[in-house]
Design a protein around this ligand. Structure first.
Ligand SMILES: [Zn+2]
Length: 240
């Protein structure tokens, strides 16, 4: 008797790995075609395993998988990028733990994650390769990620009076995900963060350009931008 198995080819990066049985691993992949999937990587813990590298956190590979019952299994795989520098530099690696935790929480199987995968790969490529301020890169990633997911705020004018924001003090309201000028803010000041004009321009830039260009800007004063990325992403994550 012959069993016909359908092999599936996908590109994916390991965003989580868990030990399973003695020699196996369950790896969570963010893929170009299948969304986020969990796969059993048989024998991946053995030192002579052909998929030893592929089953490690943050390794990007082309996988050949097969599905049996409800599980995907790794048949074989070929490494595309190991992002080596990240592994040996904790200052670079630690903030990425947060990103993969976030990706794990907001993505699902069969979701269209192609753009999210490209954004994530581009982000860790830049963190891996260059010595840029990691927290600026992380904020940039978060702004683009939630834009892809449909949560981009309106950035061209005050959401209430429609006046030009640039001639005013600028406030971001994370409860309604809107920008306001000072006179349109309510009395409850806890729901706002004040941001600088240059930060607003940087946010507009990130929202306007293609994923490949999002890191090509320079900010002299970065604290507002870092704070905005964090507050915006936290607020949007809790609304998903
Ligand atoms: Zn206004």
């Amino acid at each position: 008797m012959t069993f016909l198995v359908n092999l599936i080819k996908v590109k994916g990066i390991v965003i989580k790995e868990t030990t399973y049985k003695e020699n196996d691993k369950i790896i969570t992949l963010l893929t170009d075609d299948l969304g986020k999937i969990a796969c059993i990587a048989r024998g991946a813990k053995k030192t002579n395993s052909p998929i030893l590298a592929n089953a490690q956190y943050l390794v990007y590979s082309e996988f050949v998988l097969y599905k049996s019952r409800n599980f995907y299994y790794v048949n074989n795989a070929e490494v595309i990028n190991t992002f080596y520098n990240l592994r040996v530099d904790l200052d670079k690696l630690t903030p990425i733990f947060d990103l993969t935790r976030m990706l794990n929480a907001i993505t699902d199987e069969n979701q269209d994650t192609d753009k999210i995968l490209k954004l994530f790969l581009n982000t860790i490529y830049v963190i891996d390769k260059y010595d840029k301020d990691v927290n600026v890169l992380i904020s940039t990633f978060k702004i683009k990620l939630f834009q892809i997911l449909g949560f981009a705020p309106r950035v061209n004018m005050c959401s209430n009076c429609q006046n030009d924001l640039e001639n005013n003090e600028i406030y971001y309201d994370y409860v309604s995900n809107n920008f306001y000028c000072k006179k349109c803010t309510s009395l409850d000041k806890r729901r706002y963060i004040k941001i600088s004009k240059s930060t607003l321009i940087a946010i507009r830039y990130v929202l306007a350009v293609d994923i490949k260009k999002i890191f090509s800007f320079e900010l002299k004063e970065t604290s507002d931008f870092k704070l905005f990325g964090q507050v915006f992403a936290d607020a949007m994550t809790s609304s998903i």
